[in-house]
Design a protein around this ligand. Sequence first.
Ligand SMILES: [Zn+2]
Length: 266
Amino acid sequence: MKGHLLKMITELKAPVKYTLNLDDHQIKMNDQIGKNITIHHTGNIHCINCGRKTKKSFFQGYCYPCYISLPQTDPSVIHPEKNQAHLGISRDMKWAKTHDLIDHFVYLALSGGLKVGVTRHTQVPTRWIDQGARSAVKLACTPHRNLAGQVEVALKKHLNDKTNWRAMLTNKTEGEPDLAEARTKALELLPDDLKQYAEKDDTITKIQYPVETYPLKVKSVNLDKDPDFTGKLVGIRGQYLIFDEGKVMNIRKYNGYEVELTIEPK
Ligand SMILES: [Zn+2]
């Protein structure tokens, strides 16, 4: 099969159901666990927005012109507190109205440690699955992205905001706190002017991943350095394919990469 990689589509089931769309091919990834997979990168990368051929991928799949102009690649995607859509300032106000000026959740997740994060309300639970969280809970709900960013900034002084992907992929859970307790503590840490955004829904979402065996140590597959890879798929978590010998591949990193994929029957 030949096509372009794109982040896997997920469905919250026990375990999560993963589908990889490789152009016209739809691959049910859970069914491929236990099989040998060969990936050959043809050297072509096409921008996931405009389709233009690009030597290098920016911001996980974009060409340079798209990277510097699209709202999807604005710095406020990573730093929500930098979002200015509520002041009428955006790379694209039409996009901002449906993506920034809508309810956002600040959440806590356990994914290789406790972390705080921000997501559009439409991205729950997709965002949590993409990060490989084993459980997550909403903390605050704000009417636009900038405010959610402010809540996150206030909490970052006390909490991590990055996913420790190595700990996530080796399923290290030592030292992870109780999520309900962490939520109560985090709400107490909210500054007075942001307390009004505390979220009532305290449901803890638990997420299971289709992983046969977790590796003890992980090593990233690098298609830029080595365009050929073969390994036995042993599991999937977040947007990572986990292969035998601890090799892991972040599919999102290779958005827009043209590959030939061969899956051997068991
Ligand atoms: Zn482009």
